[in-house]
Design a protein around this ligand. Structure first.
Ligand code: SF4
Length: 923
């Protein structure tokens, strides 16, 4: 590739544009696209590190049957034969596809056409079910269509932005930067964060409402009631363009009679709640942004409608600077919604339960076999697999063994299923280990197509990499299997042909009745498709350049053409707390990881911020359960348990804890948190309740703790707990175990030294106290180190990790290796805050305290931190604000007073580390 390629980020629903250029022979320079309307050149830490994640997982990518490589013809034939045979014997509902927001729209379209159009079953569901199906259902109830009415520009035009159930700073960082910039430009702009956790997003909040988990519907019902009582009804809009207001108001008055009652039930100060209500009352331009904190609930759809009701009442929708705004998690979750990859939809926002839509789509696809009813939603699908009702399952570009609630049930289902096909761009995942047939799919950078972001912008993902191994695009694999099954209408030779068919269907007998219409893009030539610039749907003959906002004319897509108020009855979460499980588990994302880490887990710098799975726990709950900061903790629900690192945080509400969703069997021994999650479903959307699972916590105190830093990957057999992270030039393992080794020195040598090793090996041991430390140095460079102790109080790792980057250790550094902490005169940057420039917490604290760097500009100028993607700016601002806990100030690494300590470690040649090695034992 010689010239720059414009494409789109494969991570979140912000949908940032990228410019990719070739660097060295195997390297790529990836920058934000300055002309893409969604990010105008900005990127977050994940987008910035994309170039480091391009290399494959090292496994050969060819189709394989039971782990043995086979050719494509055999693989396609086998998939077609097994699906055909199962359908013939047990009917179309005995097979299913489980697909993903990582697929491109063209892939999605073909998958949906094959399953719903020709196999004749509704059994195709997407992992977007897990993140935003409540928004889809809420939109359809209120608008008659799954429409996001506004655009990102509305955040810049708003007078009040309400961020509810969204840690925007970490989950949609570029959008957060746009909001932060808007607030800087317009200090009158108010930002309210509604979240049970104090997150990084709160850094720009004028008001944080730290409500009780699950009480959002009540809060917005209270707002509806308050607005009505304070004469905020937009009568002209409500009377001309809506229906159902009275009933909704009655419900709100009944369940949320006063601000005092609402404040008490939500666990808020009444004054704070009233301040929010007053701001909402007095500002016309209000945007309510919401995300998984609203959707991932057993009453998520009602929560969405409680939010929309307030916008309908005030007529604040469809005009600049206002509206309800659902923001999606995945890069193409919106595309999946558009093509009908949820089991209750048809393509182009048509409904499977609508007979005229079925007739229209069946006619367009020229099929007699269109599915007549919805299929199974994600959780129910895997239940049906375990029950033996679904006998052949094809999983595309997703990892349900990790990401679906009650993960053990999913694993049982996969183990039991008669025929499992997995197509993915990654060979080794928790799910692919269950595949009978593995089909290598092209990954990001290898494939071509379109995606749609949260503001309805369709952007091109363009190919710039040559294909690894024998991988193929998903649309190609699906089309060929369809052809092998004997179905017509799948003879596509390029994604542009699929896009054209899809665009034609969107306009087919539409006449303005359906919101999703991109008929203005039908008939694009290959060249026009290749150069397609980002634009927002609808794109029609009268709106050729796309559409910024919908509903500004007060016309909705319900049968009456009016927006619908939905009466909301606030409900408690699906499973109540109990004596056995008294705490609420909340799951979500961290700043620098993505989904199940299949891509971000390849970048060393993205592990700098969080290198180990953890549970954020309020200090009160930690103390009540006898837990120390930094200790290992077992988190158990009635479905399973995980072991993670305890991280005490005042930002966590008492009685709740937060565990990230990313870690899985590839990166930790027991940290797949969704295996704990209660599969309580929203009855309308089928979305699971990831934000509220009753759990209990206990300290996990094995016989020993340790960590290992090594340039070579190792196989760990001795540890009952491990977590693995890639760091710059090394692997970082956190360890713990039930059985103390007979001789740590022997074990260390076995693990870390090869026969030809020219290491200098230094070690010390205190058998009685249970300490061992060994370091190996080759040609003056640190090669590996193993630290073992009786508890978790071991030296902090960051200084040692940074020493691996030194081409030559200094004498002072070598002197301190076995201590694991730098001497007074030596630098310890501390935990990484700025992933882009590797700036640590201690460096920042020192800059603030000693050099007077008291603004982000001053820090950026001196240390560069925060000057690239800006994802760390909220953390830097918190540090500047002096919100540094006592423990932060001791981040130079602490070793227990009783720990062995050497001033002058002797580095011995590896040969000498045999039996009879003169261990340096502490006095
Ligand atoms: Fe990618 Fe970050 Fe933009 Fe999301 S905000 S699309 S992860 S660069």
């Amino acid at each position: 590739m010689s010239k720059a390629v414009r494409t789109t980020c494969p991570y979140c629903g912000v949908g940032c544009g990228l410019v990719v250029e070739k660097g060295g022979s195997e390297t790529w320079v990836i920058k934000g696209d300055p002309v893409h309307p969604s990010n105008t050149g900005r990127l977050c830490s994940k987008g910035t590190a994309l170039g480091e994640t391009i290399a494959g997982d090292g496994c050969s990518l060819s189709p394989s049957l039971d782990g043995k490589a086979i050719g494509w013809e055999q693989a396609l034939d086998l998939a077609a034969h097994r699906f055909r045979e199962t359908i013939d014997r047990h009917g179309p509902d005995s097979v299913a596809f489980y697909v993903s927001g990582q697929l491109l729209t063209e892939d999605y379209y073909v998958a949906n056409k094959l399953m719903k159009g020709f196999i004749g079953s509704g059994n195709i569901d997407t992992n977007s079910r897990l993140c935003m199906s409540s928004s889809v259902a809420g939109h359809k109830r209120a608008f008659g269509s799954d429409t996001v009415p506004g655009c990102y520009e509305d955040f810049e035009l708003a007078e009040l932005i309400v961020l509810t159930g969204s840690n925007t700073a970490w989950c949609h960082p570029v959008l957060y930067r746009r909001i932060a910039q808007a607030k800087e430009n317009n200090p009158a702009l108010k930002v309210v964060v509604i979240d049970p956790r104090q997150t990084a997003t709160c850094e720009i909040a004028d008001l944080h409402l730290q409500l009780k988990p699950g009480s959002d519907s009540l809060l917005f019902s209270g707002l509806l009631n308050y607005l009505e009582r304070n004469q905020a009804i937009n009568h002209a809009f409500v009377e001309s363009h809506t229906e159902g207001m009275e009933e909704s108001l009655q419900q709100a008055q009944w369940y949320a009679p006063s601000a005092r009652a609402v404040a008490e039930l939500c666990g808020l100060a009444e004054d704070d709640l009233l301040r929010f209500y007053r701001w909402y009352l007095t500002r016309e331009q209000v945007v309510t942004l919401y995300s998984q904190g609203i959707n991932q609930s057993s009453s998520g759809t009602d929560k969405v409608n409680a939010i929309i009701n307030c916008h309908l009442l005030t007529g604040r929708i469809g005009r600049p600077g206002m509206g309800p705004f659902s923001i999606t998690g995945q890069p193409n979750a919106m595309g999946g919604r558009e093509v009908g990859a949820l089991c209750n939809q048809l393509a182009c926002h048509m409904d499977i339960e609508n007979s005229s839509h079925r007739e229209l789509v069946g006619r367009f696809w020229n099929t007699q076999n269109l599915a007549a009813e919805p299929g199974l939603t994600a959780v129910d699908l895997f239940r049906a697999v375990e029950a033996g009702e679904v006998k052949a399952l094809w999983i595309m570009a997703t990892n349900p063994a990790v990401s679906i609630p009650d993960g053990e049930q999913v694993r049982r289902a996969l183990a039991k299923c008669e025929f499992v096909v997995v197509s993915d761009c990654v060979r080794e995942t928790d799910t692919s280990s269950y595949a009978d047939l593995f089909l290598p799919a092209q990954g990001w950078g290898e494939k071509d197509g379109t995606v749609t972001n949260s503001e309805r912008t369709i952007s091109r993902q363009r190919r710039f990499l040559s294909t690894r191994g024998d991988a193929r695009p998903d649309w190609w694999i699906l089309s060929r299997v369809a052809q092998h099954m004997g179905y017509p209408g799948f003879d596509y030779s390029a994604p542009s042909e699929i896009f054209n068919e899809y665009a034609r269907l969107s306009g087919f007998e539409n006449g303005g009745q359906r919101d999703f219409d991109i008929s203005g893009l039908a008939g694009l030539s290959q060249q026009e498709y290749d150069s397609l610039a980002p634009l927002q749907w609808p794109v029609t003959s009268t709106a050729g350049k796309g559409t910024r906002r919908l509903f500004g004319d007060g016309r909705f897509f319900t049968p009456s053409g009016r927006g619908r108020f939905i009466p909301v009855i606030p409900r408690a979460p699906g499973e109540a707390l109990s004596v056995s499980y008294p705490l609420v588990l909340n799951t979500g994302r961290v700043r620098d990881q993505w989904h199940t880490m299949t891509r971000t887990g390849r970048s060393a710098r993205l592990f700098g911020h969080d290198s180990e799975p953890f549970a954020e726990i309020h200090p009160y709950d930690a103390e009540a359960n006898g837990l120390d900061d930094g200790e290992l903790v077992t988190v158990s629900s009635r479905l399973g348990r995980v072991v993670v690192r305890a991280r005490l945080s005042e930002g966590q509400s008492r009685g709740t804890l937060f565990v990230p969703m990313h870690w899985n069997d590839q990166f930790a021994s027991k940290a797949t948190v969704d295996s704990l999650v209660n599969p309580a479903l929203d009855p309308i959307s089928g979305q699971p309740e990831f934000k509220h699972t009753p759990v209990t916590i206990h300290p996990y105190r094995p016989a020993w703790h340790g960590f290992l830093l090594t340039r070579e990957r190792v196989i760990l057999e001795h540890a009952s707990y491990w977590a693995k992270a890639k760091r710059e030039g090394l692997w970082h393992y956190e360890l713990a175990g039930e059985e103390v080794a007979e001789n740590w020195s022997d074990l260390a040598k076995e693990l870390l030294l090869s026969a030809s090793d020219q290491s200098q090996w230094g070690e010390m041991m205190d058998r009685a106290a249970g300490y061992y430390r060994g370091v190996s140095v080759v040609d003056g460079m640190l090669q590996s180190c193993l630290f073992i102790g009786p508890d978790h109080r071991l030296p902090k790792r960051d200084w040692l990790v940074r020493l691996f980057a030194r081409p030559q250790l200094t004498r002072a550094e070598r002197m301190r290796l076995l201590a694991g902490v730098p001497g007074n005169a030596q630098e310890d940057a501390g935990k990484t805050v700025c992933a882009c420039f590797g700036v640590g917490r201690n460096t920042l604290i020192q800059g603030i305290r000693e050099d007077g760097l008291t603004s982000t500009d001053a820090i950026g100028e001196r240390l560069k931190a925060g000057t690239n993607c800006g994802s760390c700016l909220s953390e830097i601002k918190t540090l500047i604000a002096g919100q540094i806990s006592d423990s932060d100030t001791q981040d130079r690494g602490t070793v227990r007073q009783t720990a062995p300590y050497v001033d002058d470690p002797i580095l011995l040649p590896a040969d000498n580390v045999g039996s009879g090695l003169p261990h340096r034992e502490a006095d």
